[in-house]
Design a protein. Sequence first.
Length: 93
Amino acid sequence: LFYLWRITGDPIYREWGWEIFQAFESHARVETGGYASLEDVRSSNPRKRDKMESFFLGETLKYLFLLFDDQGLMPLDKVVFNTEAHPIPVFDL
């Protein structure tokens, strides 16, 4: 969604991102803090697992943050993202 928003500017991608975030808050947030993975995301009342995947903070929430960043924190002509969502600067050769 982040790339689609940045390239097109179509607000539907931010709307979808907000719906995804609200679903995380509704179904995956735990009372003691953090988020849990779910047994079956197709269920209307999914059962939580006793773990949070490491990629959730490092990738999923990072891309959601960037989706709603209005300051262009990571200009796509200056950085690329690896498979773990780490920004890598683009160098001129």
